[in-house]
Design a protein around this ligand. Sequence first.
Ligand code: HEM
Length: 507
Amino acid sequence: MAELDVFLQSFGSLSLFGALLVLLLVLFIFSSSFGSEKPRNEPPGPTPLPLIGNLLQIDMWNRHKSLQKFYKKYGSVFTIYMGPKKMVVLAGYKTVKEALVNYADEFGERHPALTVRNSKKDHGVLWSNGDSWKEMRRFSLINLRDYGMGKKACEDKIIEESFYLSEELKKFKGEPCDPSQLLTNAVSNIISSMVYGSRFDYEDPEFIALIDRMSRSIKLMATPSMQFYNVLPAIGKWFSGAQKEFQKLQVLLREYNLKVFRQLRETLNPHMCRGFVDAFFVRQQQQLKESGVIDRHYNDANLEETVKHLFGAGTETTATTLRWILLFMIKYPKIQDQIQEEISRVVGSRKLQYEDRNNLPFTNAVIHETQRLANVFPMSVPHRTSKDVTFQGYFIEKGTVVIPLLGSVLYDETEWEKPHSFHPAHFLDKDGKFVKRDAFMPFSAGRRVCLGEGLARMELFLFFTTLLQNFRLTPPPGVSEDDLDLTPQLLPPLSPQPYKLCIVPRT
Ligand code: HEM
C-alpha cells in the first residue's frame, strides 16, 4: 500500500514528516494562498502554517476526532486549512441543520476531491453540481423508485436476498465466522437488482472482483496519502501509490460496467425495463426519436458514473451498519432477547414485511440507535458554498469547502441523553412507543441528503429482523461480551474491528 500511509502510521504525531514539510514550505511560502488578504470575520480556527495549514494538528488517520476537538475549542463554525486548502467545518445539531436545511442552496454544492476532478467530476450524482447533478439525481430517484426503492418489489427482493444470506450463514453450522463478506454480498445484490436488473451468485468471480474493487476504492479514497494528494498534489504525487492503485481500480470497474452495458443494450426490450440501466437507454432512445438528439445529460459518461456512485455509496455504508448491529447483538444479549421476544410476539414465524416496523418499536429503536452510535460517515461527503454567505455572523466566501461534521450531531451532548452509549431508549417514549429524533442525521439533510435513504432503511430493517427471527447470535466460545471491542476502525466508512460470532439457527 501507499508508502506515505505506512510512513504516516509509523510517525503518528507527524513530527518528522512535519519537520520535512516545514523545510519545504520555505520554498513555497510566497506562492501559497496565505499571501492573499483574508476576508474579515471569517470563522475562527487553529492558526495555520503556510502551505501545510493545520496538517500538523490533525490526525490524518482520525480526522473526525481532531475536528471534534477543534469544535470544543472554536465553536460550531470554524475554519481549518488542509494544506493550503481552506475548509469550514459545521458542528453540532443546530448549526448543521441550519446550514444544510435553512441555507440549502448556499451550502448545497459538492466539492469533488482532486482524485475525482482528474476524471469525471461533472458526471454522475455524487460529485457533480448544477443541471447535470439535478437531472441525474431526479432520474435516479424516480427510477430507483420504479425499480423497487420504497416499494413492494424492493421489499420482495430484500426478503428473497435475506433467504440466500440465511442459507449461506447456515453453512457455518454455528461455528465462529466473520459475516462481513456475506453481508456485503447481500447488500450489493440489492443495488445490482435495481441497477442491472439481476443479482449475482455469491461465488461468481466477477461479483467478488466487483465488490472487492469497489470496497478497496472507497478505502483508498479515505487514506491519508490520498487526502494528502488531494490538498497538496505537488508533493503528494511523489507518494502516489494509493492514487495509482485507485486509478487502476477505476479502469477495471469501468471495463466491467461497459461490458455489462453492452450486454444489456443488446437484449433491451423498451417495454420491459429490467432496471435503472435499461431505463437510461430507453430515455436516450426516446429523446433521439423525438428530437433527433440525445439530451445532453443522458450521455454514456453520466450513465457510467451514476451506476458507479449508486454501487459505491449504496454498498459499504449499509453493509457496515449491518456489521455494527450484529456486533451490538452479541455485545448486548439482553437487547437481542428483547428484540426476539418482540418479533415472536408481533410477527411470529411468518415472513417479516417492512410495514411491521410500525409494530416493532423496540426493534426499530435498536436499528436507529445503531446508526447513531456507529456514526458510519462522521464527516459526511464534502460540500461547497455556491455563493458568498454570511452564516451565524461569519463570512464564508463562494467556493469554500464545507465539512458537515455529522458525528458531532449524532453525539451532540445537548440532544442525546447518553450520547456515547448504546441506548435504544433514545428512540422510545415512556410508553415504549417509537419516537423520531430530529438530531438523527446519519443520512445528512438538505439538498444533498443521501439519495438511497429509503432503500437503506428498508434493507437494514428487513435483513436485520429476518436474521434475528431465524438465528441466535453469540460471541465465539471463550469470548465474553466484555471482550468485544466497540472501537471503530480508522478511516470512514467507520466499521467495527474484525470480529467473529456464532450464528445458531433458532428452533
Ligand atoms: C446506512 C446506509 C447509508 C448511509 C449512512 C448513507 C449516508 C450518506 C451520506 C452521509 C451522504 C452525504 C450527504 C451529504 O452530502 O450531505 C450520502 C450521499 C449519497 N448516498 Fe447514501 N448512505 C447510505 C446508503 C445509501 C444507499 C443504499 C444508496 C444507493 C441507492 C446511497 C446513495 C447515495 C448517493 C447517490 C449520495 C450522493 C447524493 C448527492 O450528492 O446528491 N446511499 N449518503
